[in-house]
Design a protein around this ligand. Structure first.
Ligand code: ATP
Length: 461
C-alpha cells in the first residue's frame, strides 16, 4: 500500500466523504457563539515549581554553554532552563560525546537542548557540514532552523535546508555548518554528494519515535544514518515527547550507549491542557458544531485536525463559502503554498488552521489555545477484522493524540482540546485514549452555548 505525503496509507474510505446533500448551507448566525472573553495567556510561574517539567535549580551559565550562545539564549527571552534543558545539556555537551535519547513533554524546550548541542559542537572556521538535524515535516524543519538562527545569532554559524525545492539539483557542495531537513531530501542530497558528510559530528532526530517508526519515516531515516562517516564517532541525539515500546528498543540500537532521559506513562501529557469532548449526532453534525464553535476558535488561534487531507480541504472550502476565515494545510499542497500558509498562521494573519497529522508534531505557536480533533487520530491495525483486506484504521493513535493536543499549552501556557465523537466506535476509541493517557476528558454539551463558553473560559484562566 502506498503512503501519502502525510504518512497515511491511502486506499481507505473517508468516513466523512462529501455527500450529495452536503452542499454548503449558510449557518444561521444565531447559532454562532458570540465570544465575550479575552484569552488570558498567563505563563504560570511553573519554572519555580519543582514538580513542573519547566523547573530548574540551575541557571544557563551553570550548564557549560559558550558565552555567544548564552547571549543568543537571553536574546530570545529565556531566563532559566527547563527540566529537560537542565538535565540534558550537561550530558549532551560532555566529552567524549555520548548519544542521547531524550524524552520530555510537548512544549517543554527540547529544541533548545539539541540546537545548543549542534551549535556547541560546530567548528565555525571549517566551511563544511558538521551537524545534521531531521524532522518529519518541512514546517517543523523550518521552525527548528529559526531556532538555530536565533540561538546562533552571536556566532558565525552558516545554515542550509534539506527540504524539497530548496536546493537546485545541480547545486554545488553545501558549505553550511548545520543542515536541517526532512529525511527524503536529506538522503537525496547526500547521495548526490551535494551534502558532504565527511565532517559530520552530530546527527539529531527530532520527533525521533516518528522518524524511526517502520510505519513512518524509518526507512528514509536509516538511509541517512547509513551514509554517515564511519571513521569517527558521530553523536546521535533522539528527542521526542513520546517513545512507544515498539520504537524504544530500536532507538537504543540506533543510538547505542545513549544517556536516557525518560518519562513515565502517567507523565506523558501536560496538565495545562484541559481535554474535552463533544457528543455529536453524526458526521454532518460534527461540521455544524465546528461552525458553531467558530467564534471561540478565533478568540486565540486554533488547529483543527482531520484524518484525511480531503476532509481538511472540504471543511475549509465549505466554511470559507459560508463566510468564515479559515486556512487548510496538508502534505498534498505544493511547498511554496505550505510555507505561506504556515507563515500566515504563525504571524496570526490566519486564526483557524484545518489540517492533517502533517503538523501534529513539534509546531510551536504560542497563541494556539485550542486544538480540535475533528477526527480522532487513528493508526492502521493489521488484521483487526474491521474492514479493508487485512486491517483497518480502527485503533486510536495515542502518540499522535498526545502530540496533537500538545500544539497548545506550550511552555506553561493553558490550552483546550476538544474531541468530536459521533458513534460507538469513536466513543470506544476516545475511551482507550483516556485510559492510555490517564487524563480525564470532560464532556461539553453541544447545545448549551453558554456552558460551552463558560467551560472554556475556566479552562483558559
Ligand atoms: N528555558 C526557556 N525559557 C523560556 N521559554 C522557553 C525555554 N525553553 C524553551 N522555551 C520556549 O518554549 C516553547 C516550546 O519549546 P519547544 O518547541 O522546544 O518544545 P518541545 O519540547 O520541542 O515540544 P514538542 O514536543 O511539541 O516538539 C518555545 O516557544 C520555546 O521558545
Amino acid at each position: 500500500m502506498e503512503k501519502d505525503a502525510d504518512g497515511f496509507y491511502s486506499p481507505i474510505a473517508d468516513s466523512a466523504a462529501p455527500k450529495e446533500d452536503d452542499k454548503a448551507q449558510p449557518a444561521p448566525n444565531s447559532e454562532l457563539i458570540k465570544s465575550t472573553f479575552e484569552v488570558s495567556v498567563t505563563l504560570a510561574d511553573q519554572q519555580g515549581d519543582p514538580n513542573s517539567p519547566l523547573y530548574s535549580a540551575k541557571t544557563f551559565e551553570e550548564l557549560g554553554l559558550h558565552q555567544d550562545l548564552l547571549k543568543g539564549i537571553y536574546d530570545m527571552g529565556f531566563s532559566k532552563p527547563s527540566k529537560i534543558q537542565e538535565r540534558a545539556l550537561p550530558l549532551l555537551l560532555a566529552n567524549p560525546p555520548t548519544n542521547m535519547i531524550g524524552q520530555s513533554q510537548s512544549g517543554t524546550g527540547k529544541t533548545a537542548a539539541f540546537v545548543l548541542t549542534m551549535l556547541s559542537r560546530v567548528d565555525f572556521t571549517k566551511n563544511k557540514p558538521q551537524a545534521l538535524c531531521l524532522a518529519p515535516s518541512r514546517e517543523l524543519a523550518r521552525q527548528i532552523m529559526s531556532v538555530v538562527v536565533a540561538m546562533g545569532k552571536f556566532t558565525s554559524v552558516q545554515t542550509e535546508y534539506a527540504i524539497k525545492d530548496n536546493l537546485a539539483r545541480d547545486s554545488g557542495p553545501v558549505t553550511a555548518h548545520i543542515i536541517v531537513g526532512t529525511p527524503g531530501t536529506m538522503s537525496d542530497l547526500m547521495r548526490k554528494r551535494i551534502i558532504d558528510v565527511s565532517e559530520i559530528k552530530v546527527f539529531v532526530l527530532d520527533e525521533a519515535d516518528n522518524m524511526l517508526d517502520q510505519d513512518g519515516l524509518g526507512d528514509q531515516t536509516l538511509r541517512v544514518k547509513n551514509m554517515l562517516p564511519r571513521d569517527h564517532p558521530v553523536q546521535i541525539l533522539l528527542f521526542s515527547a513520546t517513545f512507544p515500546d515498539h520504537v524504544r528498543s530500536f532507538a537504543s540500537k540506533f543510538a547505542p550507549g545513549a544517556n536516557k532521559i525518560e518519562l513515565k506513562k502517567e507523565e506523558l501529557s501536560i496538565s495545562g491542557i484541559r481535554q474535552f469532548y463533544m457528543d455529536c449526532k453524526n458526521e454532518d453534525d460534527k461540521y455544524d458544531i465546528l461552525v458553531r464553535l467558530y467564534a471561540l476558535l478565533t478568540v486565540g488561534q486554533s488547529i483543527i485536525f482531520c484524518q484525511h487531507k480531503h476532509t481538511a480541504d472540504r471543511i475549509s472550502a465549505r466554511m470559507s463559502a459560508e463566510g468564515h476565515k479559515v486556512a487548510s494545510l496538508h502534505g498534498a499542497k505544493d511547498p511554496a503554498e505550505r510555507d505561506s500558509i504556515i507563515d500566515n498562521f504563525r504571524d496570526g494573519r490566519e486564526k483557524v488552521l484545518i489540517t492533517t497529522n502533517v503538523i501534529a508534531r513539534g509546531i510551536d505557536i504560542l497563541q494556539v489555545n485550542m486544538v480540535v480533533n475533528y477526527d480522532l487520530p487513528l493508526m492502521y491495525e493489521r488484521n483487526s477484522g474491521g474492514g479493508g483486506p487485512g486491517g483497518a484504521f480502527d485503533k486510536p493513535d495515542i502518540e499522535t493524540y498526545i502530540h496533537r493536543i500538545g500544539r497548545t499549552g506550550r511552555f506553561g501556557r493553558r490550552g483546550i482540546s476538544i474531541n468530536f465523537v459521533h458513534d460507538k466506535r469513536t466513543w470506544q476509541q476516545m475511551d482507550q485514549i483516556e485510559k492510555a493517557t490517564g487524563r480525564k476528558i470532560m464532556r461539553i454539551e453541544t447545545n448549551d452555548i453558554d456552558e460551552m463558553e463558560q467551560k472554556m473560559k475556566e479552562a483558559l484562566k
